[in-house]
Design a protein around this ligand. Structure first.
Ligand code: HEM
Length: 210
């Protein structure tokens, strides 16, 4: 007789779903998922990839490099526009998943991870504004520090450029990468939610002759 190692069984089941070729290389797409509205999540993820790539170049060159090096300035501008695209597509994606009720059919955790990604994306962007170092970012840092102090979160020192640099280039983007990775893994495992069933429309509302 063997004792059943439950955690092994559970992990095996989970890993075989995560690692299967069918999960990552599907050959068929549901008809309803062919529209542009269903591309918005991928556009968000693509903007995030551009953000990370341009951010790595900026971090390697140092926080002030874009003010004296034209090539790095171009990368900084790319980073800035990638943020605009990231939030723009994320909000449109949020509308799409809201109006198609995409939490249905056991997709609650996918929804929750998306919501957490949004909540983590906000301080990621904000700490980016803070390490600009111009008067605007200094003013923001001081005002927000007052707010955090009032909440008892004084250890987050927004006027400490080193702490904000670490948060913006390491802690928050890595956290976001993990969350987005899990979010997309769940989408791949559970597939895209089917549309709501069509409601029975009364003849009068359809505009039919009485
Ligand atoms: C970091 C930002 C995000 C990225 C990169 C992202 C990425 C994606 C991708 C690639 C998909 C596949 C389907 C599609 O593209 O429409 C998807 C689906 C989904 N996302 Fe997001 N997402 C993000 C934020 C959010 C937010 C804020 C929510 C909601 C609070 C959310 C909830 C969902 C749900 C529930 C699905 C499943 C869709 C379905 O089954 O129809 N996501 N996401």
């Amino acid at each position: 007789m063997f004792a059943v190692a439950n955690w092994t069984v559970t992990s095996k089941r989970l890993l075989s779903g995560v690692m299967s070729a069918e999960t990552w290389l599907p050959t068929e797409l549901p008809e309803y998922a062919r529209g542009f509205m269903y591309m918005l999540g991928s556009l968000t993820a693509s903007s995030f990839a551009v953000l990370v790539a341009s951010g790595i170049v900026l971090a390697m060159n140092g926080p002030a490099s874009w003010s004296y090096n034209g090539a790095v300035h171009f990368v900084a501008a790319t980073h800035f526009w990638a943020v605009q695209a990231f939030f723009f597509f994320m909000m449109l994606h949020l509308w799409r998943v809201f109006f198609t009720g995409a939490w249905r059919g056991g997709r609650g955790l996918t929804w929750l991870l998306g919501a957490i990604a949004l909540l983590v994306a906000i301080p990621t962007a904000f700490t980016g504004f803070l390490i600009n170092g111009d008067l605007y970012s200094q003013w923001n840092a001081v005002q927000a520090k007052d707010g955090l102090n009032a909440l008892g979160l004084g250890w987050v020192n927004l006027t400490n450029a080193g702490q904000m640099f670490g948060m913006h280039v390491v802690v928050l983007p890595l956290t976001l990468t993990v969350i987005i990775g899990l979010h997309i893994t769940l989408v791949r495992m559970k597939s895209v939610v089917p549309p709501y069933p069509e409601a029975d429309t009364p003849a009068l509302a359809r505009g039919d002759d009485a």
